[in-house]
Design a binder for this molecule. Structure first.
Ligand SMILES: Nc1ncnc2c1ncn2[C@@H]1O[C@H](COP(=O)(O)OP(=O)(O)OP(=O)(O)O)[C@@H](O)[C@H]1O
Ligand SMILES: O=P(O)(O)OC[C@H]1O[C@H](OP(=O)(O)OP(=O)(O)O)[C@H](O)[C@@H]1O
Length: 333
């Protein structure tokens, strides 16, 4: 089937084609009942039960496709959106310097850029400045004028430009635009942590989650450029805003279901206020009477990570028959 000719009228939804975010993104799509079959080696898949086509793209390119309005929705790292935005600022600066910038024309065009719809709660890590653990560098400023390897060239440039401007006391915007960066940013597309050991860079700017990669490469972090996690983004002028809202609401429901459990218990009515103080629920706890005089049954959503302590506290105030149930899916306005 010629998929490209079947895209007409479909909302385009970009998903990372590989890497750290792929599996969690696929789990979310499954939870949101977005059904598709991806043909071997094809980066487009038509959704069977909704007028949507999924496009599998590198995480780093998704903000460009969504930002330019070519794709309506996307899942990617917040770091990638920030890198893209920093690239857009660099381009605007370059145009201002070459007098190519026409604010009226820019304002008249299609709205550019992405909007964050929601945080997806996975892919959390930090973009950090790293240097050899046994070396002489201790702060970001120590790397000014040195070689820095990274895949995040725009964020790294902005980071070092800010440090250099601080050091030189420059505050005039025209002077800021005109000045050349003294730190040399070297663009690397992967295995960035090898750059110091191989003598390509004095320091790097790269992602850190557990810190294992950094430690194994003999590096230490000396500053954080940005904190990140996976986000759902949308273009500023999506082709079908109602469908965007529907997908966002389904995904929000799946995330809530992953984050919460349902806690049910019985408690003497006299202790109800204490118990619902411990399990206030998302909006409010559901309280129903029991056949037994003086007792009520309570059910409330509780954050998964707090459930053990919550159960201890409930026992302490006299609750019994405490049950904890997984939530398969949720929906609320
Ligand atoms: N160790 C990590 N822990 C959590 N999230 C990460 C981690 N590394 C990367 N990410 C997130 O996943 C996004 C994509 O990174 P990943 O390394 O998977 O990219 P990729 O598409 O495989 O590209 P590359 O070919 O450059 O490795 C990052 O921008 C970041 O948001
Ligand atoms: O702190 P850690 O838990 O060790 O994770 C950090 C590593 O994870 C990412 O790379 P990934 O393993 O995705 O491969 P890549 O280098 O090919 O991007 C990132 O670029 C770091 O190298």
């Amino acid at each position: 089937m010629d998929l490209v000719n079947h895209l007409e009228g479909r909302l385009l939804f970009a998903v990372p084609k590989k890497g750290r975010l792929l599996q969690a993104a696929l789990n979310l799509l499954e939870g949101a009942d977005i059904q598709f079959r991806r043909e071997n080696r094809l980066d487009i898949a038509l959704v069977k039960n909704l007028p949507i086509a999924l496009v599998f793209l590198p995480a780093a390119d998704i903000p460009t496709f969504v930002g330019e309005g070519r794709v309506d929705l996307g899942i990617t790292g917040h770091d990638q959106v920030q890198e893209h935005d920093a690239g857009t600022r660099a381009l605007a600066r370059a145009r201002r310097m070459s007098n190519e910038w026409d604010p009226a024309r820019a304002a008249a065009g299609k709205p550019q850029g992405c909007e964050t719809v929601l945080d997806l709660g996975f892919g959390a890590c930090r973009l950090q400045v790293q240097v050899p653990a046994k070396g002489e560098y201790a702060t970001g400023k120590d790397l000014i004028g040195k070689n820095v390897g990274t895949s995040f060239v725009h964020l790294a440039r902005e980071y070092f430009a800010r440090l250099e401007l601080e050091q030189e006391g420059i505050t005039d915007p025209v002077q800021m635009d005109a000045r050349k960066l003294r730190t040399k940013i070297i663009e690397l597309s992967g295995s960035v942590e090898a750059a110091c050991a191989l003598g390509v860079a004095d320091g790097i700017v790269d992602l850190v989650e557990s810190g294992e990669t950094m430690k194994a490469a003999g590096l230490k972090a000396i500053d954080t450029v940005v904190e990140t996690s996976a986000i759902l983004i949308k273009s500023k002028a999506p082709s079908n805003p109602a469908l965007v809202d529907l997908i966002a609401s389904r995904i929000r429901g799946v995330i809530t279901a992953q984050k919460y459990v349902l806690c049910q218990y019985n408690v003497p009515r006299a202790k109800l206020a204490d118990a619902t103080g411990i399990t206030p629920g998302k909006r409010a706890a559901t309280v129903t009477s029991l056949d037994e005089e003086g007792w009520v049954a309570v059910s409330a959503m509780v954050e998964k990570k707090r459930i053990a302590t919550v159960m201890d506290d409930l026992v302490h105030v006299g609750a019994t028959d405490i049950l904890v149930l997984d939530i398969h899916n949720t929906r609320s306005s």
